[in-house]
Design a protein around this ligand. Structure first.
Ligand code: SF4
Length: 241
């Protein structure tokens, strides 16, 4: 069983950093007023499953598979009893279908055996489920239970380091460092704002710095093209989700 949540270090970030971070988040919030989880779901079980399935693929592909998947297996009990070959066939388009099928079978069985077929609403319980790490747990908490959570995915980690909010690379340390800069109630929307910005403008390779609404506060300005016309070509109007 994984350890309970690691202890949060007791540190106080400097005020200038907090102010700058919150300014960036407010601006991203104004830029992306519709920011939300880009995975579709109807209940916590669906969100848990689609988040597990979204590894190594796009949210769009997962959204396409979702109706068939939950049409066939609407509950943890139904999924735990699924025929492996049939489940593999449904999630085949997502890649890594054997490993993902195995994860879903184990996850559903654990929900049935240990949580009476319900998704638990606590981080310490969620991370004990097979295939569920802190990232997935925070997505589920923030979006299905309204419990604030910071989702440190690849976009989030890259952007907060570019913003100079932290130097940490370990996802748990990143989560704690950024959690110290923002009130808890803002954590879920902060995650959406940063991830949307990473998917649309601040790409891993060639960020569109010349078209970036937070450029004036970003120490990494210039990492991508600063010419407005060139940068505009790099902007995606929707996430690569
Ligand atoms: S200025 Fe460039 S590096 Fe900084 S957030 Fe904007 S796109 Fe990313």
């Amino acid at each position: 069983m994984p350890p309970a949540s690691p202890a949060r270090p007791d540190s106080r970030p400097d005020t200038a950093l907090v102010r700058r971070a919150r300014k960036i988040d407010r601006t991203l919030g104004d830029t992306y007023p519709d920011a939300k989880c880009e995975l579709n779901f109807d209940d916590p079980f669906q969100l848990l499953v689609v988040t597990v399935l979204s590894a190594q693929t796009t949210d769009k592909r997962v959204n396409k598979v979702r109706p068939v998947l939950f049409g066939a297996y609407p509950t943890p009990a139904a999924m735990a009893a699924a025929e492996r070959e049939k489940l593999e066939e449904i999630i085949g388009p997502l890649g890594f279908f054997r490993a993902k099928t195995e994860s879903l079978l184990k996850l559903s069985a654990a929900l049935v055996e240990r949580y009476d077929g319900q998704v638990p609403g606590r981080l310490d319980d969620l991370v004990t489920l097979p295939g569920v790490g802190r990232k997935t747990a925070n997505v589920v908490l923030g979006n299905a239970f309204d419990v604030p959570g910071i989702t440190v995915d690849t976009h989030f980690g890259r952007l907060v380091r570019r913003f100079g909010w932290t130097d940490e690379t370990d996802p748990v340390k990143v989560e704690f460092a950024i959690g110290d800069l923002f009130p808890k109630r803002d954590w879920t929307m902060l995650s959406h704002h940063v991830i949307w910005h990473g998917r649309r403008i601040c790409h891993a390779r060639k960020p569109a710095c010349g078209a970036c609404p937070v450029a004036r506060w970003c120490p990494a300005y210039g990492e991508g093209p600063t010419d407005p016309a060139e940068a505009a070509k790099l902007v995606r109007t929707e996430g690569r989700a």
